[in-house]
Design a protein around this ligand. Structure first.
Ligand SMILES: Nc1ncnc2c1ncn2[C@@H]1O[C@H](COP(=O)(O)OP(=O)(O)OP(=O)(O)O)[C@@H](O)[C@H]1O
Length: 225
């Protein structure tokens, strides 16, 4: 069985204002095609862990593997490329560029990767929007669409480079229940129809229950996985 992500003995200490051992001996793996959720009380270390797993934070000890390749210790430049190519990230807030159109927002990570020509990126972006049933929004400015639509655009943007894994930090935390259910359905479809691997931090127990596995954190440790 292939694992897309593996954390081995991850520890992190915040040094200021005083030493605080926030993550303690974190070990776990995400299987290819698995939809896993991370739950735990506020302050248990979920976001801190997700930022390490997504390579955005490199200040930790232990080892992180993506597609069985050790990525701990790589330069910021290489990590930025790995992140852009392999990790899609959806935040609680969408962080769309409001003056850009929906289509332009979705195209941005592919333009940054600079592998494909503009026309192909545009076609890919349109396909992602249509897959999420928001093709009709492509030429609207991001500032002119609803909150639920913005989050779907953020998901399309996270998918544009066909990532190995999609990570989310409370991606439904800012949505009403209708839009939260919609995002959950999209994630499930991505897993079932595309075989995508997903790892999502959530406070929503119903959301977590409908994922394949709940990883539970307490005081910086994984207490069940
Ligand atoms: N830069 C920092 N320096 C010092 N302590 C920090 C820093 N960032 C976070 N912390 C502390 O680390 C702990 C874990 O924070 P983290 O944001 O990972 O928790 P969380 O489980 O995601 O919480 P929430 O559910 O509220 O988002 C908290 O006690 C927090 O106050």
């Amino acid at each position: 069985m292939k694992h897309v992500l593996e954390a081995r003995l991850i520890n992190k200490i915040f040094r200021k204002p005083v030493d605080f051992h926030v993550l303690k001996d974190i070990n776990f793996k995400v299987r290819e095609g698995e939809f896993a959720s991370i739950m735990g009380k506020s302050g248990s270390g979920k976001s801190t862990l997700l930022y390490i797993l997504s390579t955005m934070d490199t200040d930790y000890s232990g080892e992180l593997y993506l597609n069985n390749e050790l990525i701990t210790g790589k330069s910021h430049q290489i990590l930025s490329k790995i992140r852009n190519e392999h990790i899609g990230f959806v935040f609680q807030f969408h962080y769309l560029l409001s003056e850009f159109t929906v289509l332009e927002n979705v195209m941005l990570p592919a333009k940054k990767l600079a592998i494909k020509p503009h026309s192909e990126i545009q076609k890919d972006a349109m396909e992602k929007l249509e897959m999420l049933n928001i093709g009709n929004l492509a030429f609207k400015r991001a500032s002119r669409i609803s909150g639920g639509e913005k989050q779907r655009v953020a998901i399309a943007r996270a998918l544009i480079n066909n990532p190995t894994i999609l990570m989310g930090d409370e991606p439904t935390g800012n949505l009403d229940s209708y839009n939260a259910d919609n995002v959950l359905s999209i994630f499930k479809e991505l897993k079932e129809q595309q075989g995508l691997s997903l790892l999502v931090v959530t406070h929503d127990l119903d959301f977590a229950k409908s994922t394949d596995r709940i990883i539970e954190m307490e005081d910086g440790k994984i207490v069940s996985a």
